[in-house]
Design a binder for this molecule. Sequence first.
Ligand code: HEM
Ligand code: HEM
Length: 291
Amino acid sequence: MENKTIELVQESFKKVVPIADKAAEIFYGKLFEKDPSLKPLFKGDIKDQGKKLMSMIGTAVSGLNNLDALVPVVQNLGKGHAGYGVEDKHYDTVGSALLETLEAGLGEAFTAEVKDAWTEVYTLLATTMKDAANSLPLEKGLTERKKRLVQSSFTKVAPIADTAAEIFYNKLFELDPSLKPLFKGDIKEQGAKLMSMIGTAVNGLDNLDAIVPAVQNLGRNHVDYGVKDEHYNTVGTALIYTLEKGLGDSFTADVKDAWTEVYTLLATVMKEAANQVESTTTANKPWWKIW
Ligand code: HEM
Ligand code: HEM
């Protein structure tokens, strides 16, 4: 990167700093106008978010003179963004919202030269972030990025857990009405337990070894509830459907893949534990000895 480019970006950013709040407001206005489906990705207070964004841009801009130090920070930021559900194509939308914001904030000082310089800097940051996000699967096994996607999308389902549970059971019984009699307890309580178990599992993804025994236990209990292997597919379908309804536009193909993988993993552990119960304890025993 040429010194001239760095200088143009740093000098023009100095003029944005005093109007940072306003700039952040313009930025989000433009961003959500371009792509309203990005709105649900931002969970935090949009004002705080705007401050963080401006301060990060500030850090990046002042770090341009020492790219070696800046790159790891930006790579980390990119990995974090994968967890927010940010996809490669979103970087173009953010880039054009940013340039338009600079244009609105700088007025005549936003010359063609300044625009080119910012385009070059943004492209460098975005490329570094995207590369880091896409390297996650290679770096830490394909589940790392998926874990983050599942965890971040679940935080959006948790506040609407009651509704989600309702959607889930309606869908489940629509898919297979014969499952209804298996559920003896109050369906609302059941829904709350299901969501809390999924929450535990989702939080436990970072330390799978620790949650496996609990999931195995759950699988063994499910045998007593009358649950059969083939029911896991139906429940999986109802769960994915629920997530799709609950997450709306933020239920991207990536998020869907990630959930499918996580559900398959949990279901496999449960089924295996259940089948072991049958072969070791219940096989060859009459029912009155089992009970
Ligand atoms: C060069 C480009 C970008 C920079 C410098 C940047 C900077 C930041 C910073 C500093 C944060 C605060 C949280 C953290 O440290 O992880 C953040 C969060 C976030 N960013 Fe970005 N970002 C960029 C691109 C994008 C893109 C393309 C999207 C896609 C829409 C996006 C969406 C988000 C979301 C959803 C959050 C979390 C907000 C929340 O939790 O409410 N960012 N970003
Ligand atoms: C990853 C998959 C699943 C998870 C995380 C899960 C979670 C739970 C939890 C936490 C409970 C509360 C009781 C307990 O702690 O033992 C429960 C009960 C139950 N689950 Fe599951 N479950 C899963 C799959 C299934 C499947 C495939 C079925 C088949 C229809 C099913 C049917 C039931 C039934 C019938 C009960 C007892 C309800 C009652 O007593 O009324 N579950 N499940």
